[in-house]
Design a protein around this ligand. Structure first.
Ligand code: PLP
Length: 364
């Protein structure tokens, strides 16, 4: 096995090496306490400081305006599929609207439909999810409680590069797989949420950025853990939060801020990485075929096919032996997928690109 491996898993995913190294260095004794982050009280000042810095880093990176609350919640992104409608769909005659550009949007809408009316206003299903809608294709009704979209569809590799236009209707976004990948105008959003394990940490938490007027709309009787108001009033500390996950979020957002230099630099780096792979695909004379239409292809998840399933299997086997790991595409799309989130180093993508070129030379 190669000494250096690059992990292209879609999630859980590669974390920034400096963040892992720091976690290793203070695993047994966090800041000289003689205790690990996993062992200290979540009511201690150490824990409060970790949560505060994680929040502050996210606010600085995204330029979160005042009037928004940042929460660290249990249940990953999937629980947000339910919490969003549970909190925002209350009131007779209310309905939500969903723009569906891939598999995660399908799941989000399905959960919302258990809580109330969740209309699909646009779906890319008929052409197998290769693009996002043009503004005129996804007409929003002004009386919708919110409009939900998935900024990056992790499985298909389809990404929005501009927000859907929703007028005064709150925009809700599942940004799990492109969170902190580039600057985003947070003021356009009602709720922006992301499971941690793609871009900012290990599994165990969702980061939820919510506009304050959308907090406190939950119906009576909702369990406390599912109520944004309870979680906001308790600063994500209503019960024991996943402290180690939040600690890793703190370290990886610190890396994004200090080592990378913020989200403009992050976007530049991410585009450079993605372009390397798309150039290899586009320049392959049809040997490699990308899944998404060029204008909508993701800078986080690059999805493509080879001329046959046999060649795909051979590619995976040889890539694995070369230390390029977890490149198998999701079964619903097939082929290959390289997840190149924020923490994937440029060298990892260069190694994959070179491997692709060489593989084609030998088998094309
Ligand atoms: C991975 C993923 C999810 C699911 O996240 P969990 O934290 O496992 O619930 C939801 N949405 C998108 C876009 C994802 O990539």
């Amino acid at each position: 096995m190669a000494n250096t491996v690059y992990n292209f898993c879609a999630g859980p995913a590669t974390l920034p090496k400096p963040a892992l190294e720091q976690a290793r260095d203070e695993l047994l004794s966090y800041q000289g306490t003689g205790m690990s982050v996993m062992e200290i009280s979540h009511r201690s000042k150490w824990a409060a400081d970790i949560i505060a810095e994680a929040e502050e880093n996210i606010r600085t990176l995204l330029g979160v305006p005042s009037g928004y609350t940042v929460l660290f919640l249990h249940g990953g992104a999937t629980l947000q599929f339910s919490m969003v409608p549970m909190n925002l769909l209350g009131g007779a005659g209310k309905h939500a609207e969903y723009i569906i550009t891939g598999s995660w949007g399908v799941k989000a809408q399905k959960e919302a439909a258990k809580e109330g009316e969740a209309r699909v206003i646009w779906s890319g299903k008929d052409d197998n999810y290769v693009r996002t809608p043009k503004p005129a294709e996804a007409a929003v009704s002004p009386d919708a409680a919110y409009v939900h979209f998935t900024s990056n569809e992790t499985i298909q590799g389809v990404e929005f590069f501009a927000e859907p236009e929703t007028g005064d209707v709150p925009l809700v976004c599942d940004a799990s797989s492109d969170f902190l990948a580039r600057p985003v105008p947070v003021e356009r959003y009602g709720v922006l949420y992301a499971g941690a394990q793609k871009n900012v940490g290990p599994a165990g938490a969702a980061v939820v950025i919510i506009r304050d007027d959308l907090i406190g709309k939950a119906p009576e009787g909702l369990p406390s853990l599912l109520d944004y108001k309870v979680m906001a009033e308790n600063k994500s500390l209503y019960n024991t939060p996943p402290m180690f996950t939040i600690y890793m979020i703190m370290l990886s957002t610190r890396w994004a801020l200090k080592d990378i230099g913020g989200l403009k630099a992050m976007e530049e780096r991410n585009r450079k990485k993605a372009n390397m792979l798309y150039d290899a695909i586009d320049g392959s004379g049809g040997f490699y075929k990308g899944h998404a239409e060029a204008a909508f292809r993701s800078i986080m998840n690059v999805t493509w096919r080879l001329p046959s399933e046999d060649l795909e299997a051979q590619f995976l086997k040889e890539a694995d032996a070369a230390g390029l790991l977890q490149l198998k595409g999701h079964r619903s799309v097939g082929g290959l997928r390289a997840s190149i989130y924020n923490a994937m180093p440029v060298e990892g993508v260069e190694a994959l690109r070179d491997f692709m070129t060489e593989f084609q030379r030998k088998n094309g």
